[in-house]
Design a protein around this ligand. Structure first.
Ligand code: PNS
Length: 159
């Protein structure tokens, strides 16, 4: 069984994330989408809400499962017998940041990191920008799954 993890905050998932998850699901037998529980960072959606959203938008992939984790990602990988992490790279600055994390994660545990170039259609996309645009009434349809679009409008309306 070839397993891989797609980790992140997913607050909320964007079409860029979904593209990476879907492409990973075509390459691996099992993809675990792992949502970081980060008590230090404020979020728009709770971890459980994000998990429910992720489960809904990935339901057509029968080899994708969604879990939450706290602490080190490599500990989660070891506990779940996952030998590799997939990370999407949008721009060169992502690579600078991700390379250091990949090397540290390998040094800590031997868990590998594989970089997947983001679909150029989504290379400008991030959860933070999506929230900002939605908060000020901009149109984020096409940038996030339809469910997320609806939930963003509901959550941010009047705030
Ligand atoms: O979507 P994000 O916020 O960019 O995802 C970052 C994430 C969750 C993948 C990263 O912060 C992470 O792996 N956090 C867990 C703590 C950890 O293992 N840190 C790595 C030290 S080298």
């Amino acid at each position: 069984m070839r397993r891989v993890v797609c980790p992140g905050s997913f607050d909320p998932i964007t079409n860029g994330h979904l593209d990476i998850i879907g492409r990973s699901a075509r390459l691996y037998d099992e993809v675990t989408v792992a949502v970081l529980i980060n008590v230090e960072k404020s979020s728009l959606f709770t971890v459980d809400e994000r998990i429910e959203i992720l489960q809904t938008v990935t339901k057509d992939f029968d080899n994708v499962k969604v879990r939450k984790f706290h602490g080190l990602l490599v500990d989660f990988c070891k506990q779940n017998d996952i030998p590799a992490i997939v990370k999407g790279i949008r721009v060169v600055s992502d690579f600078d940041y991700e390379l250091q994390m990949a090397q540290l994660n390998y040094r800590l545990s031997g868990v590998e990191t594989l970089f997947m170039p983001t679909n150029p259609e989504y290379s400008f996309l991030s959860s933070s920008r999506v929230k900002e645009i939605a908060r000020y009434g901009g149109d984020v349809s096409g940038l996030v799954p339809d469910l997320v679009h609806k939930l963003l409008i509901e959550r941010l309306r009047g705030s």
